[in-house]
Design a protein around this ligand. Sequence first.
Ligand code: RIB
Ligand code: CA
Length: 309
Amino acid sequence: MGRKIILDCDPGHDDAIAIIMAGVSEDIELLGITTVAGNSYLENTTRNALIITELAGIDVEVHPGASKPLIRNQIVAHDIHGYSGLEGANLKNPTKEPSKEDAVHFMARMVEENDDVTIVATGPLTNVALFAKMYPQLIKKVREIVTMGGGIAFGNVTPAAEFNIYADPEAADIVFKLDVSKTIAPLDMTHQAYIQKNDVIKIREFGSDILNTIADLLEFFMKTYREVFGINGAPLHDPTTIAYLIKPDMFEWENYHIEIELKGQFTYGATVADVWKVTKNKPNFRVLTKIDRKSFIDLLLDLLKKLQK
Ligand code: RIB
Ligand code: CA
C-alpha cells in the first residue's frame, strides 16, 4: 500500500506533472485531487485536473475548492501557464464532471476515515487553511503537510515572495502555524529540479501520443520560463513534493522556523526563515534544501514511461 495523499493543486504545468507522478507511482495512494484558484481561475484549474487525470488514466475524483484567496485580491500566473492554465498542447475536453463534494469536505472525510493522510499542497494554501479552520479537531490526525512554496533566499513574483504564498499569504500564515508535521519545497531547492530540452527529447523517444502531449506541455512551460525569467530549463517545482514522498534520499533538508510576512511594503508574502536560529522559535518546518537532479529526472522518466500505451 502506498503513502495516502490528497493532492491540493492549481494545474498549472508543473502541478500536472505532479498529478501524473502521484497517480502512476505504486508508492503513492492518491485518495483524490482538490483544486484551488492559483495559476488560473478555479474553473480552469479544475478543468485542467480533469483533463490530466483522464489523459493519464488516473481514476480519482477532482474536488473543487476555493475560487478566491481569503483576504487579498486574486492574482494568477497566466504569463507562465497561459490563460487556460495549461496552454501548449492539443488537449481533449474532459468527459467527467468535478465531484459534487467540495475540497474542504473531501479533506475532512478522508482524514476522518483514514489515520495517516498526507496533504500535498502545490498551489495557494486557501483550501488547506479553510480545512484547518473548519475542522481544527482533525488537524492532529493529518500525518504531514508537504507544500511547494516560499523561498528562503528569493521570491519569483516579488523579490521577496513566491507565487503560492503571495497568492494567499493569510492562508499560508494559518497553515504555517498549525501544530502538525510540515515539510516545504521552496524555490531555493525547486530551481535545482529543472527540466531541459534533452530530457523532453527522451520523453518523445518513448513514442506515445500521451507522452508527446506531455512533452508539448513541458516545452510550453520551458518557453515561458525562458521568456519571463530568461532561464534555460524550467524548474519542476510541484513534482519535487511527490519525489520527496517516493524517494526522500534524493533530498537534503534542514529544520527551520518559518513565518509569513503579512505587513511589509516590499516583503508581503515572504517566507521568513530563521536559518541561524537567532530567535528562540522552535523549527516548524522540514525545509528541503537540495535535490539530486539526475535522480529526480530518472524518477520522472521512469514514471512517465508507465504511461506509454
Ligand atoms: O512558484 C511556483 C509555484 O507557483 C508552482 O506551484 C506553480 O505551479 C505555481 O503554482
Ligand atoms: Ca502549482
